[in-house]
Design a protein. Structure first.
Length: 179
């Protein structure tokens, strides 16, 4: 199974993200644009994982202990690798909730490493991918109004192709406390 840990978005946030994505689409000659139902914030990518590891992963997710919080997203950007552009919307660096999000990420990575999982240990860059392999002629200019992401649940997600469509399904989730 191909797995990752994520924070999923409300429909309102997805709709706001889609408006920025539409700006990108209108300025692009081509690209692979993230489907609305697949928009999320990745906390840790696990990749192919044996089914017998699910109980361990469930325990790690259950061990996330944090209050509910909010993070502001208002930046856009592009990662380029092998001449392929990946466009994203990122967290505001001064958003008060970003330190809590980073704390959850850091503990999650430590717990996964301690349990023997191979995970990316690069510094956390809180972002949502809106498109991959984007091609364009003119420079892209995006207007990204502030979006307040309510972080109230962390989910272990399964990624699979069903009838040719990339589909994400929650396997285990942890609600954050409402203090």
């Amino acid at each position: 199974m191909r797995l990752f840990v994520a924070v999923n978005f409300s429909d309102d946030i997805k709709n706001r993200i889609l408006k920025v994505q539409e700006q990108l689409r209108s300025q692009s000659t081509r690209g692979s644009f993230t489907m609305p139902e697949n928009l999320h914030l990745t906390m840790a990518f696990l990749g192919e994982t044996p089914e017998e590891k699910l109980a361990c992963l469930g325990a790690i997710i259950a061990g996330i202990d944090s209050p509910f919080f909010e993070v502001s997203f208002n930046r856009t950007g592009c990662f380029t690798h092998s001449r392929k552009e990946l466009w994203w919307i990122g967290a505001e660096h001064r958003s008060p909730g970003l330190s809590l999000l980073k704390s959850i990420h850091d503990k999650l990575i430590r717990d996964l490493l301690d349990a023997g999982f191979s995970v990316d240990v690069r510094p956390f860059n809180a972002h949502v991918t809106i498109a991959r392999e984007v091609k364009h002629i003119d420079p892209i200019i995006l207007d990204c109004p502030e979006m307040i992401l309510k972080v109230d649940r962390v989910s272990l997600m399964k990624s699979e192709r069903l009838r040719g469509v990339l589909t994400y399904t929650e396997l285990v989730g942890r609600d954050l406390t409402r203090d």
